[in-house]
Ligand binder design. Structure first.
Ligand code: MN
Length: 153
């Protein structure tokens, strides 16, 4: 007699207990770097992404974002463009100029749908772009498209 035990969470793992034997299936987890200076936005977005199974690491300004991208090698970077110390535009340019980080997809985020912002973001090196307030399902689609994953409805 066995009883299935489902473990949900950031590791997306499912564990099945057969008596004393424990079998764990683990899907690869995408690591996202969220560079956002606004604490409320940061907490809300990181929690929602974690609930969807992503590992989320945080940077609070552009300079920290560049450094953490270099040391942590995330699968994707969510980059707020309006940041202290080093803004998202310059941080993106630096990340895309460095061999170690240039292949990491960057999704740029701005607070207002300013005309020309999309072009400016792509020019700075962003692979895609979205505007705040975040529409979460749309953001997830963009993240998954950049990660080359199927979208789970
Ligand atoms: Mn900001």
């Amino acid at each position: 007699m066995w009883k299935p035990l489902f473990v949900k969470g950031p590791l997306q793992s499912a564990a099945f207990s057969y008596g004393h034997e424990l079998v764990v299936r683990r899907e690869p987890v995408s690591k996202l770097l969220l560079v956002e200076d606004n604490e409320m936005n940061r907490d809300m977005l990181s929690r929602r992404l974690q609930r969807r199974g992503y590992e989320v690491i945080i940077a609070v300004d552009g300079d920290e974002g560049v450094k953490i991208a270099q040391s942590e090698a995330p699968d994707l970077i969510l980059m707020d463009m309006s940041l202290p110390v080093l803004d998202g535009w310059e941080a993106t340019r630096r990340l895309k100029a460095a061999p170690k980080t240039q292949s990491i997809p960057i999704l740029g985020l701005t607070a207002h749908a300013m005309s020309g912002d999309r072009e400016k973001a792509i020019e700075a090196g962003c692979d895609d772009y979205d505007t705040k307030p975040i529409e979460f399902s749309r953001l997830l689609e963009k993240i998954n498209a950049l990660l080359g994953k199927e979208v789970t409805p």
